[in-house]
Write a protein that binds this ligand. Structure first.
Ligand code: GDP
Ligand code: MN
Length: 373
């Protein structure tokens, strides 16, 4: 999945014929005069409520507002850029979306006269859902249905028709999974304009598209994990676990959770082992920035050497990357196990070979009162 920032999404919509406000990425300013809207560019929605949408009337105000936004976090996302647009004089806000329905494997058009709010908050009867047969395409009667359902003023009906058609064609042409306009604004002057854009493209189709800047969602931890060549997922519990392979990762997650454990983070090494103990140590360091109470290293290797992991843990300990408050449980089984265990001798960790035992011990440590190590 490739998520686009709002400004990238609007460029996509614009090149497919959907009208968007004139805008530029700060510090550039749009050429229009008058009131401006300053929008934090993060991949999550709900920026309006979180203070990520501000207004300004001139360049120096834009600069001041941008300075308050850039470098701040909105939800869990760091604001790295700000988009400046002409401020629309809003008469009405609609919701319009074209997406591929995964359950159906078919495109779907969603429309609501209640735009501008989170679509999850809109009652079902206020949302029109129409499947589209991809082999037939979007039929005019479906477009008419959308227009009737949104019931814009007479003079905006043709504009709306054109936007619905353009949006559907863009979904197809751009290999998008989701193109959502919320709100689609009718201005006081009677123009229909996409005031926001949420676009998700199908990553598997990227070979068909011109080079796209890839944006994948994630917390700073998850992004840092990716930069180490691993897959990291962050939660709110107190157990961190490092494994190799998706199967082992899922099994460990299931086991820990079924024993009553709460996960702080999971890291699937995903080939990072090829970079040696240094990289393993970096992963351990990263995981410990989340302050887990217990760190579980769960490895059953039939082909790879366990001592790479052991050396990584050894390095991390030497460098002080493991806080003394964090208990470490290691499950080692398989290739070069004896060597791996000998590397861990003298380190403050418990080494076991059974999967169940390792998970039980981990959960027990995580749930025992206080931080008495
Ligand atoms: P989101 O909260 O992340 O979905 O950001 P949006 O771009 O959808 O903006 C949220 C809300 O801010 C919109 O529903 C509008 O009510 C308001 N807003 C955004 N752009 C404009 C604008 O140009 N003019 C006015 N008056 N309001 C705007
Ligand atoms: Mn929006």
């Amino acid at each position: 999945m490739i998520r686009l920032f709002e400004y990238e999404g609007k460029a996509l919509l614009a090149r497919n014929g959907v009208p968007v406000p004139s805008g530029s990425l700060f510090p550039e300013l749009p050429s229009c005069g008058g009131r401006l809207v300053v929008k934090a560019q993060v991949l999550s929605g709900g920026r309006g409520k979180a203070g990520g949408i501000q207004f300004a009337t001139n360049a120096s105000e834009v600069g001041a507002v941008a300075a308050t936004l850039i470098g701040k976090t909105l939800g869990s996302a760091l604001v790295e850029s700000v988009y400046v647009e002409e401020c629309l004089d809003i008469a009405r806000e609609y919701y319009l979306c074209a997406m591929v329905d995964r359950d159906d494997g078919q495109p779907l058009i969603l429309a609501s006269p209640e735009g501008g709010v989170d679509i999850e908050e809109v009652p079902a009867e206020k949302i029109l859902r129409r499947k589209v047969d991809p082999l037939i395409g979007l039929r005019p009667y479906v477009v008419d249905e959308v227009v009737r359902f949104l019931a814009p003023p007479e003079e905006a009906a043709d504009q709306l028709r054109a936007v619905v058609v353009a949006l559907y064609q863009a979904l197809e042409k751009e290999d998008a999974e989701l193109l959502e306009i919320n709100p689609l604004v009718l201005t006081a002057a009677g123009l229909l304009v996409a005031a926001d854009a949420k676009c998700v493209l199908d990553e598997d189709a990227s070979y068909r598209q011109r080079a796209q800047r890839r944006q994948i969602d994630g917390t700073p931890f998850e992004v840092a994990a990716r930069n180490l060549g691993t897959i990291g997922i962050e939660f709110e519990g107190n157990i961190a676990a490092i494994m190799n392979g998706a199967g082992m990762t899922m099994a460990t997650l299931d086991q820990l959770v079924s024993l009553g454990g709460r996960i702080r983070a999971l890291v699937e090494l995903h080939g990072a082992m090829a970079h040696g103990p240094e990289r393993i140590a970096e992963v351990i360091r990263l995981v410990n920035t989340l302050n887990p109470k217990v760190l579980l290293l769960n490895f059953y290797f039939q082909f790879r050497p366990l001592d790479t992991i052991a050396s990584g843990l050894h390095l991390a300990t030497q460098r002080g990357w493991l806080p003394p408050t964090c208990r470490v449980v290691v499950r080692f089984r398989g290739e070069r196990e004896q060597l791996a265990r000998s590397i861990l001798k003298g380190l403050d960790c418990t080494v076991v070979s059974s999967f169940e035992e390792a998970c039980k011990l981990t959960v027990r440590h995580a749930t025992t009162a206080a931080d008495s190590k």
